[in-house]
Design a binder for this molecule. Structure first.
Ligand SMILES: [Fe+2]
Length: 252
């Protein structure tokens, strides 16, 4: 079952990539300081499967509230590995990783199995759910790149992106994006300053993020800081510390 999902997703990703004007996407990505948005790009068949997996993992949502920074729910990589084969197949699709590496000009690879953020779902389900402005800072020795995929969009929330933040001599440009199902946003985590605006009443927004790195090694102290941040701000201590040990053991 899992093997056929992998094959189906790989084929669909290759088909979607074949329909893309790669040179145009690459030019836009670099002109926008390593940020590009592919509006409603993923095929509906893959999106439908991923949305079904969103429903399957709902019982595993872990909610957090950090005053003045974030409020919302998330489901970690460890749960997705067990219950979301389509999402995993997209994350690991060789053609997709090759595309990202060509776009960025960097040797990208998925994050280690012990990283709960490697790919994760973010649920905005209660009024006021949001996340404040931040970079997707890399704790790895190499750079970290984020792929954000819209899956459920029944909200007035926007992904607000500030391009050229901290670029000397360049004015910041702000974009407020709706992450429709199938919309894919790619960026260098150290360069895009971004936030999600608060959810309104009776609204819902679910997005997926896929993280890729140029060098998956990490100093043990940074691993500890990163795990603490993930436990407090995202997935909870049990998920981060116990499941990380399980995932590491499984790959040894
Ligand atoms: Fe982010």
């Amino acid at each position: 079952m899992r093997e056929s999902t992998t094959t189906v997703v790989a084929a669909e990703v290759e088909r979607a990539l074949a329909g893309l004007d790669f040179e145009h996407v690459k030019k836009t990505y670099w002109e926008q300081n390593e940020f590009v948005c592919l509006e409603r790009w993923l095929p509906a068949s893959i999106v439908e499967r991923m949305v079904a997996e969103v429903e399957r993992v709902r019982p595993a949502i872990h909610r957090n509230y950090i005053p003045r920074h974030k409020k919302g729910g998330s489901v970690s990589y460890y749960t997705l590995v067990e219950q979301a084969p389509t999402i995993l197949a997209l994350y690991r699709a060789p053609a997709f990783i090759r595309f990202l590496a060509s776009l960025t000009g960097r040797p990208l690879q998925p994050c280690p199995e012990s990283d709960p953020h490697a790919c994760a779902l973010y649920f905005y389900t209660e009024p006021g759910d949001h996340i404040g402005f931040h970079f997707d800072t890399s704790y790895y020795k190499g750079a970290r790149y984020t792929v954000l995929v819209g899956l459920v969009e029944r909200s007035s929330s926007r992904l607000v992106c500030q391009l050229y933040k901290n670029v000397p001599g360049r004015a910041v440009e702000e974009r407020a994006l709706t992450t429709h199902p199938g919309t894919v946003i790619l960026f260098n985590g150290d360069k895009l300053w971004h936030s999600i605006t608060p959810l309104g009443e009776n609204e819902e927004r679910v997005s997926l993020t896929l993280e890729y790195v140029t060098d998956p090694s990490m100093h043990p102290l940074k691993r500890f800081v990163s795990n603490m941040k993930d436990a407090i701000a995202y997935f909870g201590f049990r998920r981060v510390f116990l499941d990380s040990r399980k995932a590491t053991r499984a790959t040894q």
